[in-house]
Design a protein around this ligand. Structure first.
Ligand SMILES: Nc1ncnc2c1ncn2[C@@H]1O[C@H](COP(=O)(O)OP(=O)(O)OP(=O)(O)O)[C@@H](O)[C@H]1O
Length: 576
């Protein structure tokens, strides 16, 4: 079979798309029966028509009449069953595949994904991942079923006429090689162009919507529209070339089928004439009904065979998609990003009393911590040390670019760190953070990020994801606490939408919603990265007084800020 060589990374991606053998084999079996019914129906009907013309007693035709009905019903019923079983298995696997692909992506954020264009990432994670389900459905299954049916048909024809079978096999081989060569020449380049152009189109569209205001403000909409139109034209052009190649392949197969039928008629017809072969008066070696059935076989076999070049072309597309997905999910994780040790890993922990942490027993102990972004030459942060005790607030200050947000990312393990960083777990142990599963660590240390992400849902959903099961009264109370009470009433309550990426709320409101989330999640340690950046000074002071004035005995806050704290708040300063 032609196509690019499979590297181990592409093979791993393909293996994720493959349904379990048992689930896939039912679809394959039903597909095989459907294809066999196609050949059986055509050959037996032909036999029946010609035999009926000889007017034998009706009883002699009964088995053929029943057979034709059985094949006709079987063809539709098996095909229907095949579609149901095959799609069911592939769609179930698609859900698994999407989840696994997403899991593979998570450790690569931030840092390893940003170096790719957003459009390419989107195309890879939507179009390419979806296309992988074609492997079991449109590649593997048709290759197996049509291959078996074609071989069986040639073998059965060989019982009637070995020369006819040889002609059919030779014509199948010639047509197959020609149509695959043709599709390779015309469509292979189109496949590459389509993938690239689809990425460009997605990129241009995303930018058109995400940066609509900037494009309008600078009068650059026309240029962006032209970029979208050019990318779209490239996609359409490549798709047309691919469709043309598929059409040519189909025409070639029809031609092959016609030529084979004519050749079979020429080769088999003499056997119909009594005494032709031996030159004597002996009777014919081939009956007319059998002759009719034999010469119609190529039409049915070529119909089944037509699936092969289509499956080979689909394989090429699937492999290209798998290779693109592999560039994201299978590339080695850069050393700057953390590896999750998983639940089973052994922890190197410092023995600690089994009781809950009391005042004085630190929640975080950081010593000589440094971090670097993937691909960056220099460390974004180095040599940071501090201890965070329960009931305390640590205020982190420093110049812009000093590494404050980087410290926050390292503390929630979205960036790898060097040095020592120990966290007190729920069972009171002080554990090196890199030995904890990421999810467990992030249930202890929570981050309210500088530019919070709001989901395109209502306010309630945007808060509930921080604490599932919170009541509306709890949500409203927390919104009051962050100063959004009157705004909530103006907007008509918790069902108010926030828009895509918070488009319907102001920057300051988005920040306060994020703050409300952090309060709801009630992390033992919460890191607030510039939580009052978009909030006016008076409210900011009130908010900080509210948040920091009463840090619970068993909780701690790390506040990253540029502004001075209101007087009277207890805190420790860390300058980086
Ligand atoms: N994704 C990234 N890839 C590479 N370098 C980065 C990345 N994000 C930040 N940096 C660099 O890391 C350094 C520290 O950035 P960081 O955002 O931590 O600073 P900061 O102290 O939080 O600044 P600010 O107060 O302006 O928010 C900067 O030099 C910045 O350019």
């Amino acid at each position: 079979m032609s196509g690019p060589r499979l590297d181990p990374a592409t093979r791993r991606v393909l293996a994720r798309a493959r349904p379990p053998r048992r689930a896939a084999s039912l679809g394959t079996l039903l597909g095989l029966l459907a294809d066999l019914s196609v050949v059986g129906l055509l050959a037996l009907s032909m036999w029946l028509i010609v035999r009926a013309g000889e007017q034998p007693p009706i009883l002699h035709l009964n088995f053929a009449i029943v057979g034709v009905r059985a094949f006709a019903v079987g063809r539709a019923a098996f095909r229907y069953g095949e579609r149901l079983a095959g799609h069911d298995a592939a769609l179930r696997q698609l859900a698994v595949l999407r989840a696994r692909t997403f899991e593979a992506l998570v450790p690569r954020v931030p840092g390893a994904i940003e170096s790719h264009r957003r459009g390419d990432v989107l195309a890879a994670f939507v179009d390419d991942v979806d296309r992988l389900q074609d492997e079991p459905l449109r590649v593997r299954q048709p290759l197996v079923t049509s291959g078996i049916v074609v071989l069986l048909s040639v073998a059965v024809l060989a019982l009637v006429s070995p020369l006819g079978a040889a002609i059919l096999a030779a014509m199948l081989a010639v047509t197959g090689v020609l149509s695959v060569w043709l599709s390779q020449r015309i469509a292979a380049e189109s496949d590459r162009v389509i993938a690239r152009a689809q990425g460009e189109l997605a990129d241009a569209l995303l930018e058109r919507f995400a940066a609509a205001e900037v494009l309008a403000a600078f009068g650059a909409q026309g240029r962006q529209r032209a970029r979208i139109a050019a990318a779209e034209a490239r996609v359409i052009d490549a798709q047309l070339r691919r469709t043309r190649s598929a059409g040519l392949g189909a025409a070639l197969i029809s031609l092959g089928s016609g030529i084979t039928t004519v050749l079979l008629i020429l080769v088999l017809a003499p056997a119909l004439v009594p005494g032709f072969a031996s030159g004597s008066g002996a009777s014919a070696t081939l009956s007319a009904p059998l002759f009719a059935a034999a010469v119609i076989v190529p039409a049915a076999v070529f119909e089944i065979f037509a699936q092969l070049p289509v499956a080979i072309a689909a394989r090429r597309t699937v492999l290209a998609s798998a290779a693109r997905v592999a560039t994201f999910t299978e590339a080695p994780l850069p050393p700057e990003l953390p590896r999750d040790p998983g639940r089973s890993s052994g922890r190197r922990s410092v023995p600690a009393p089994a009781t809950a942490p009391s005042r004085g027993s630190s929640l975080l102990e950081v010593s000589g911590l440094s971090a670097r972004y993937p691909g960056a030459a220099d460390e974004a942060l180095s040599g940071v040390s501090f201890v965070l005790e329960p009931g305390r607030t640590l205020v982190v200050t420093g110049e812009s670019g000093a590494g404050k947000s980087t410290l926050a990312l390292a503390l929630v393990r979205l960036l790898e760190y060097a040095g020592s960083y120990r966290v007190r777990t729920a069972d009171g142990e002080l554990v090196e953070a890199r030995d904890l599963p990421g999810a467990e660590l992030r249930s202890i240390v929570g981050l309210c990020e500088q530019t919070p992400h709001l989901f395109d849902a209502d306010l309630r959903q945007n808060l509930l994801f921080a604490r599932e099961g919170a009541t509306d009264a709890e949500l409203v109370a927390v919104l009051e606490r962050v100063g959004l009470g009157s705004w909530l009433r103006e907007r008509g309550g918790l069902a108010a939408p926030v828009g895509e990426r918070g488009a319907l709320v102001s920057g300051g409101q988005a920040q306060r919603i994020a703050l409300a989330r952090a309060i709801l999640a009630d992390f033992p340690v919460v890191i607030l990265d510039e939580p009052t950046a978009g909030v006016d000074r008076e409210l900011a002071d009130l908010l900080l007084q509210d948040l920091l004035g009463a840090v619970p005995e068993d909780r701690a806050v790390m506040l990253i800020t540029h502004t001075e704290l209101p007087a009277g708040l207890p805190f420790t300063r860390l300058e980086i």
